[in-house]
Design a protein around this ligand. Structure first.
Ligand code: PLP
Length: 409
């Protein structure tokens, strides 16, 4: 028999990654204090967190979590449909629906699972049941969408067609090429590795014209964009009818973990029946739901956090321009510094760390070949002085990486 060994196969793939200098490495964080983290015994200013509003360590969240854990226990102990769905979950769902101006919301344990479940339920064959479905379904997606939107489509068995990043005409061509299939157009609201915002109003108009359903993953928009931080759809003045499927996560601006899908009652009722990642998994711990409820109140009404983020981002962009640091076109707290070659990005990240800043390099396959970058993210916990020092450190790190690469070549 000549059957290949799976672990050896994995090791060979890893060796190939190492050869390309693209190995990923887990780093142990020894302590967290606001925007500071300790790694390898050194305190670093953290510019890699998605805790945009600075809520992950907020006392109100911690107290809500402990109170709920005392009342409910730590874990949900079962799936939502089998006794795991507690009052805390239901209260949070109502609060999230109200905040995002939607009829209903449904919780998932992570954003990854929410996207898998929602796309599979909408586009897949699902369980045999009262619905009869015919023909292949279609999912049209932005080229830079998050991995879990892609994986959800693979899971659903729908035809996946990608369009040029943020290019509505390209999306239109993909829909027109398959005019009879039931279709979902899925996009990140804010692109996780680039920080720019999808052309949501134009995509909504396209979907209307093409009778396709628009789904927006607002993992990085919720809490950050729009009135009361209600997200990129509210900022774009799009209603539930314009973008019927909203997914957003609870582990970024809200500082906890988990996710939800929000929309019509028909959508949420359908997900309860058919979204496998909601049905066949343990519900999020009720204490998480309680902490998230506390986070929503702060995220919604403490506007100063968003105003501060805005100021920090403006300061950073201005300072980068002055120093000739190349940024992508973003007005969100995700401010990537484009480097290009993976090796240069790694060297620059190491230099930044030596200087006291945690800004990991993002390399292929997370981003395209030749588009490696330092992904800087801001939090309301940073101060203007942190930004100024980061800018100087960045300029040094980029120059250092260029010199080092010249020597190597
Ligand atoms: C755009 C986007 N969608 C979904 C996810 C997945 O969310 P979660 O971390 O809750 O699984 C992420 C990142 O983690 C993301 O950046």
């Amino acid at each position: 028999m000549t059957r290949p060994d799976l672990i050896e196969r994995l090791a060979a793939a890893q060796a190939e990654r190492a050869r390309q200098d693209l190995l990923r490495r887990l780093r142990k964080v020894e302590a967290v204090d606001g925007a500071r983290i300790r790694i390898d015994g050194r305190t670093l200013v953290n510019f890699a967190s998605n805790d945009y509003l600075g809520l992950a360590q907020h006392p109100a969240l911690q107290e809500a979590l402990i109170r709920a854990a005392r009342q409910w226990g730590v874990g949900a102990t079962a799936a939502h449909l089998l006794g795991g769905h507690r009052e805390e979950h239901e209260a949070l769902e109502e609060k999230l629906a109200g905040w995002t101006r939607r009829k209903c919301a449904l919780l998932f344990s992570t954003g990854y699972m929410a996207n898998l479940g929602a796309i599979q339920a909408l586009l897949g064959e699902n369980d045999p049941g009262p619905r009869s479905r015919t023909g292949q379904t279609l999912c049209v997606q932005d080229k830079l969408n998050h991995a879990c939107l892609i994986d959800g489509t693979r899971l659903s068995g729908a035809a996946l067609k990608r369009y040029v990043h943020a290019d509505v005409a390209s999306a239109q061509r993909q829909l027109e090429a398959n005019a009879d299939a039931a279709a979902l157009l899925a996009t990140d609201g804010v692109f996780s590795m680039d920080g720019d915002i999808a052309p949501l109003a134009d995509l909504a108009a396209l979907c209307k014209a093409q009778q396709a359903t628009l789904m927006v993953d607002d993992a990085h928009g919720l809490g950050v964009l729009g009135a009361e931080g209600a997200g990129s759809l509210v900022e774009a003045n799009l209603k539930q009818d314009d973008a019927p499927v909203l997914m957003a996560t609870l582990g970024k601006a809200l500082g906890v973990g988990g996710a939800f899908v929000a929309g019509s009652k028909a959508l949420v009722d359908g997900l309860v029946q058919f979204a496998r990642t909601h049905i066949y998994t343990t519900a999020m711990p009720p204490a998480f739901a309680a902490a998230t409820s506390a986070a929503v109140d702060i995220a919604r009404f403490e506007d100063w956090r968003r105003a501060k983020l805005h100021r920090l981002v403006a300061h950073f962009r201005h300072g980068a321009g002055e120093r000739g640091i190349e940024l992508l076109d973003s007005r969100t707290p995700i401010q990537p510094v484009l480097i290009g070659a993976s090796r240069d990005a790694s060297i620059a990240a190491q230099r930044l760390e030596a200087d006291g800043y945690f800004v990991p390099a993002i390399r292929p396959p997370t981003v395209a070949q030749g588009k490696a970058r330092l992904r800087v993210t801001f939090s309301a916990l940073h101060e203007e002085a942190d930004v100024e020092k980061l800018l100087n450190a960045l300029a040094r790190a980029i120059a250092h990486a260029r010199r080092a690469m010249k020597k190597e070549r």
